[in-house]
Design a protein around this ligand. Structure first.
Ligand code: ZN
Ligand code: ZN
Length: 276
């Protein structure tokens, strides 16, 4: 007696009955949706549900487009669901390919989907939006588009991100910019100020003699990047005066003017003279 070959022993495992016709497989079409986010939500990252109407695999036929009838027997295996064959003194069995082992006759064309293998369904899909996402970014959610046909791969879902502008923060690349009011005494004498920000307070040291328009860099407090680090935050100094001055403050400023009688526009005068 001779041993059966490997492929004969494992015929069932190596040749499972094909449930789907690979030649007919088609990849599903891609889907496109847009999500609008606040600047703050884009900074932190978010999860959003989007309602999509898409083609999904037909539940009745699991996308095959055909179902087995309840009645009639498979003509190939005469209802056994298996085919047998002998080689020398060994008998092998394998699931019948014609009926996928069910033993029942195939009905061409599923009645639920008219043989298309697909149905249309509206459903919410959860989209994860990474922290620091940019306005105009396009995210791809793999295989959440339209269903493929006859076992083909699903299409992808593409999400176009719109980030609404912030009223005081501006983004350039991965850096963020904010203009911050600083009192003239804080700018003149130097101070430590706290600035409210997207992810909590930012402490900033204002050096003595800080001029309006000076930009102070705060490393690593900008937008989160795809690489996992963060850009920088740039704080622009805006000198702020009290809306109205009381008599005592006016007196002090007049006193200040008497002591500091230098011309603050001298540099400007000289520039004009030099470029005449
Ligand atoms: Zn169907
Ligand atoms: Zn059969």
């Amino acid at each position: 007696p001779e041993a059966a070959t490997f492929s004969e022993l494992f015929a069932d495992a190596l040749h499972p009955a094909p449930r789907i016709d690979r030649a007919r497989q088609e990849t599903g079409a891609d889907l496109h949706v847009a999500i609008s986010l606040s600047f703050q939500a884009a900074f932190h990252g978010a999860e959003r549900q989007v309602a999509v109407t898409r083609q999904v695999a037909c539940a009745a036929c699991e996308g095959a487009g055909e179902v087995m009838t309840a009645g009639g027997s498979c003509p190939k295996c005469r209802g056994a669901g298996q085919v047998r064959w002998a080689r020398r003194h060994m008998v092998f069995t394998r699931a019948c390919a014609a009926c996928a082992g069910s033993g029942r006759e195939k009905q061409r064309g599923c009645s639920s989907c008219a043989g298309q293998g697909r149905a249309v369904r509206s459903e919410p899909i959860t989209v994860r939006i990474p922290a620091g996402v940019r306005d105009g970014a396009r995210l791809r959610v793999a295989e959440q588009g339209h269903a493929g046909r006859f076992g083909g791969r699903n299409g992808d879902l593409y999400v176009d991100i719109q980030v609404r502008p912030h009223s005081v923060i501006r983004r350039e690349g991965d850096d963020l910019h904010i203009a911050v009011p600083v009192a003239i005494n804080e700018a003149a004498l130097g101070s430590r100020i706290e600035v409210p920000f997207l992810d909590g307070q930012v402490q900033i040291r204002i050096p003595p003699g800080t001029q309006a328009g000076r930009r102070i860099r705060v490393s690593g407090r900008g937008a989160p990047t795809a690489a996992g680090d963060r850009g920088d935050l740039w704080v622009e100094v805006r000198l702020a005066l009290p809306e109205s001055l009381d008599e005592r403050s006016k007196e002090l400023l007049k006193e200040f003017a008497r002591i500091n009688d230098g011309d603050v526009r001298r540099g400007l005068h000289e520039t004009f003279k030099a470029e005449y």
